[in-house]
Design a protein around this ligand. Structure first.
Ligand SMILES: CCCCCCCC/C=C\CCCCCCCC(=O)N[C@@H](Cc1ccc(O)cc1)C(=O)O
Length: 342
C-alpha cells in the first residue's frame, strides 16, 4: 500500500517570497505550501498511475493507494478510516510505503555521497499543557512569584535539562554501521566500531538539531500564553510542550522524567495526546518491501547507498501497524542541509 496526503499546514501570508499556493518555480525549486510535505509524493503516485494506465501495464499483485486529507492533524478521519475499511474487509498488507526520510545530500556530516535513508520506525510523541494558576493582582504591588514567572522557570528547566542522549540504545546505530563505508578516515573506522566510539559520536551528533533529534527525545516549547494588559498580573499562564520520543524510551518513562525535572506542584501537567515510538520494521535481505524499495532507489538515484533510519516526524503510516509489520517512510527526493529549513 502506498500512502500520501493532500492536506497542508496553514500558510499565513507573511514571510513568503511568492504567494504560498502559487506553486511558482524559481531557480529549479517549486515554492508553495506543501511542496515537500506532501504534494510531491501525491503527484508522484498519480503520475506513475497515469503512466501505467497509458502503457496498459498489468501489475503482478494488487496494491492500494491511500491519499489522506488530515495527516497534519493526526489522520483521525483519513488514514484511520482507511485502516478501519481495510480491516473490515480482512485485508493484510505485505508492506506500507509513506512519506518520511529521503535521499540526504550533505546532511550527514562526514558523508560525501548522497545516501538514501528509509524510515523503519518513527519517534513517539507527547504533547503536554503546563498550567499555573496563582492569585491575580495589580502590577503596582506584585507578589514575589507570578503565574508567568513560575511557568517560565518550569519551561526553562525543561530546556536546560534535555532528556538523555540514547545513542546506541535505538535503531539509529544500525544506520551509522551500515553507512560506515561512506565516511572518510577516521570516521569510517569509528562508525564500524560503535562499541568503542559511540560515546564520542553521540556527543558530536547532539550538536546539530537534525542529528540531535535522532539521538534523544526532544523537547519543544510550542505555545506560550498569559496576560492581557500591561498593569494586570494574570491568574493563569499556560504553555504547550511537544516531546518526540526516542525509540529507546516510552511515554511513561518520558512523563516520569518530565515531572521530576519540573518538580513544582504549582505547575499542573495535563497530557493532550501521546503515543509510543513505532515498532521497527524488518530491513533484512529477505524482506520483500524493504528490498523492493532498495532496488527502486538504486535504479532512480544512481545507486545511492540505502540504510535504515529513524523518522523524526510522524506520518499517517503509524495507524497501519495492525495491517502489516513492514512500514517504510521514504519520500523520493534529494534533500540538502539548506533544504531542512525550507
Ligand atoms: C544524522 C542526521 C540525520 C538527520 C535526518 C534528518 C532528515 C530530515 C528529513 C526529513 C524530515 C522528516 C520528515 C518526516 C515527515 C513528517 C511529516 C510531518 O510533518 N508530520 C507532522 C504532523 C503529524 C503527522 C501525523 C501524526 O500522527 C502526528 C503529527 C509532525 O508533526 O510530525
Amino acid at each position: 500500500m502506498i500512502l500520501a496526503h493532500l492536506d497542508v499546514v496553514p500558510a499565513p501570508p507573511e514571510g513568503w517570497d511568492v504567494p504560498p499556493f502559487s506553486g511558482e518555480e524559481r531557480d529549479g525549486y517549486i515554492y508553495g505550501r506543501g511542496t515537500l510535505d506532501d504534494k510531491s509524493c501525491v503527484i508522484g503516485v498519480l503520475q506513475a498511475l497515469e503512466l501505467m494506465l497509458k502503457r496498459g501495464y498489468k501489475p503482478k499483485r494488487s496494491f492500494y493507494i491511500g491519499l489522506g486529507h488530515d495527516e497534519e492533524v493526526s489522520g483521525h478521519n483519513g488514514a484511520m478510516k482507511i485502516v478501519e475499511r481495510l480491516q473490515s474487509r480482512g485485508v493484510k498488507l505485505l508492506f506500507v510505503l509513506d512519506e518520511g526520510l529521503a535521499v540526504l545530500d550533505g546532511v550527514i556530516q562526514g558523508v560525501k555521497r548522497p545516501v538514501a535513508l528509509i524510515g523503519t520506525t518513527e519517534k513517539g510523541s507527547i504533547t503536554l499543557n503546563l498550567t499555573v494558576n496563582q492569585p491575580p493582582g495589580h502590577s503596582s504591588m506584585p507578589p514575589e512569584e507570578t503565574s508567568i514567572g513560575i511557568l517560565s522557570a518550569a519551561v526553562s528547566r525543561l530546556e536546560r535539562n534535555p532528556l538523555p542522549n540514547m545513542f546506541g540504545v535505538g535503531p539509529e546505530a544500525s544506520m551509522f554501521e551500515q553507512l560506515a563505508g561512506e565516511f572518510a578516515f577516521p570516521l569510517n573506522v569509528m562508525m564500524a566500531n560503535l562499541w568503542l566510539f559511540s560515546p564520542i559520536i553521540s556527543r558530536v551528533l547532539e550538536r546539530t538539531p537534525s542529528s540531535n533529534a535522532i539521538v534523544r527525545t526532544t523537547t519543544a516549547i510550542t505555545i506560550f500564553n498569559a496576560g492581557v494588559k500591561s498593569n494586570v498580573i494574570p491568574r493563569m499562564a499556560r504553555a504547550t510542550v511537544n516531546f518526540r520520543i526516542h525509540p529507546g524510551q516510552t511515554v511513561t518513562e518520558v512523563l516520569d522524567i518530565v515531572r521530576n525535572t519540573i518538580s513544582d506542584e504549582r505547575v499542573e501537567i495535563s497530557v493532550l495526546n501521546s503515543f509510543d515510538p513505532l515498532p521497527i520494521s524488518p530491513f533484512d535481505e529477505s524482506n520483500f518491501g524493504y528490498q523492493t524499495l532498495q532496488r527502486t532507489i538504486h535504479s532512480v538515484f544512481s545507486a545511492a547507498p540505502v540504510a535504515p533510519g529513524v523518522c523524526i516526524g510522524n506520518t499517517d503510516s503509524r495507524h497501519f501497524v495492525n495491517l502489516t509489520d513492514s512500514i517504510y517512510r521514504f519520500s523520493p527526493f534529494k534533500m540538502k542541509s539548506e533544504d531542512l529549513s525550507r
